[in-house]
Design a protein around this ligand. Sequence first.
Ligand SMILES: [Zn+2]
Ligand SMILES: [Zn+2]
Length: 241
Amino acid sequence: MKVKILGSGTLNPSMERGSPSYLVTVDGLNILVDIGPAVVKRLFEYGISANDIDVIVVTHFHVDHTVDLSTFFFVSNYGVTERTKPLLVVGGQGVHKFYRSLLRVYPWIKPKSYELSLKSMSGGGILQIGGFTMKTARVNHNRESIALRIEADKSITFSGDTGYSKNLVRLSSGTDLLVVDCSFPEKKVKGHLNLATLERVAREAQPKKVMLSHLYPEWDEFRGVLYSPYLLAEDGLEVEL
Ligand SMILES: [Zn+2]
Ligand SMILES: [Zn+2]
C-alpha cells in the first residue's frame, strides 16, 4: 500500500500546497481521497490519468474537497481517451443528492461510456473491495463529514476535515498512518484540529505515524519542532506502508 500526497494545503491559492487530496494505491487499485480545485491537473502532472482512478472518496462536500469532481467526470467523457472502466464514488450522507445537483448544472458530466456507482457510507459502514476494506466514521465538521480507514496488510486513515472526534479516535486506533486535518498550529477554529487537539487524538488512538495536512498559511510562520510520530505533509510526498 502506498499513498501520494497530491495536495497538503487548503483553498488558499499557493505555489507550494494544493487543495487537500491523496492518492492511495492498494491491491492494484487507485483510490483518490478528495478532489478539490485542480486535482485532475495535479494527477496529470504526476503522470496519472483520470482513467487510472478506480475509486473516489469525498470526505464532505466543501469546495476544497469536491470541486474537481465535475472536471473528473467531464474529462472521463471528453478527454483524449474515453473512460470505459467502472468508477465508484463514495461519500457521506447526501452523496446521491450532491451528484444529482451537479448533473443539473453540468448535464455533460453524465457517464457516456462507463458505469458509475455511487455509495453513501455515512459512518459505520464497511466496504470490501478485492484485498482491502474501506471503513468510515462520521466526524465533527459538516453533517455529511466522514473519516476513512483503508485496511489491507497495513492501514491508512484519513480524518477528512474535523475537530476533535471520538469517532476519529476509534477509527484510527493503532493505524499505521493517520493523515489528519491539522489546519493550524495554534489557532482554534471549530471543525478543524490544531496541534493541541491533535495531540489528544494521537494520545488516545496511538497511530504509528501521523501526517499533518490541510495546512493553512499560518503553518508558514510555524517555528516549533515536530517530534515523531508527527510528519508535515508536502505535495508530491509518497509514503510506502
Ligand atoms: Zn471542510
Ligand atoms: Zn477543507
